[in-house]
Design a binder for this molecule. Sequence first.
Ligand code: DC
Length: 259
Amino acid sequence: MTDQVRHTGGTGGPPAKHAGRLIVTIDGPAGVGKSSVGRALAKSLGLEFLDTGAMYRAATALALDRGVDVSDASAVAALAREARLHFDWTQDPPALIAFDQPVMGRLRDADVDANVSTVAGLPELRAVMVDLQQSIGQRHPRLVSEGRDQGSVVFPDACVKIYLDATPRSRAERRARQISGVDIDAVEADLIERDRRDSERAVAPLRQPPDAEPVETSAMSFDQVVATLAALVRAKVGDALPGEALARRRAGVPCGNAV
Ligand code: DC
């Protein structure tokens, strides 16, 4: 099944609060491990996973490849609409498709990296993306969704909101452990600059939603982060997770009660 860009509020998906809805949002700065942690968390809890950074990266790649000015908000938004951006959920992880072609291979290229924060700051493009993400949340209502604005803008009614954080230094050190030969100081400086751009932009700036659970991961291993988040989700909505309904049933599950 695929998810094409379309407007919410039609007859398509189930209503926002239907039984079984269980949205977990993970927001936080660049390089904190939201995608890898989010994917592992989703797997361990039997939920689907949405990488919204990939969507902004795809819009950036499309603009660059088609000669569209990355600072032209209406042109980039129009391109994202025309591209019929959607995920192919039959693949694991779900493959992002634009103009009927997979785009995943292009998303981490240096030119995309260099331009994506400009594109992510375009209000019209963000409106297209928010609409698409909410539409995905309607058709995939048991979801871990990661980004910068998932708990604050896209899924304000999410069952569990997590704000993942780590110092720029520890994020840079993690990257250095993954890629040999990187200059830690340069990576740290780049992350600080990305944090600044993401936090200072006018539309949907990176913020810790007031109702999000902050998790500071600088001193944690990957497995510890995943285990901490899984425990947090279970503590809040354990009754709504597969296999836990009978064992953990209790009154007053805050939301997303599927059983
Ligand atoms: O998480 P990432 O590095 O793949 O994100 C790429 C860019 O998109 C980054 O500049 C932040 C931005 N982004 C955003 O503004 N809102 C989101 N929900 C996800 C990513």
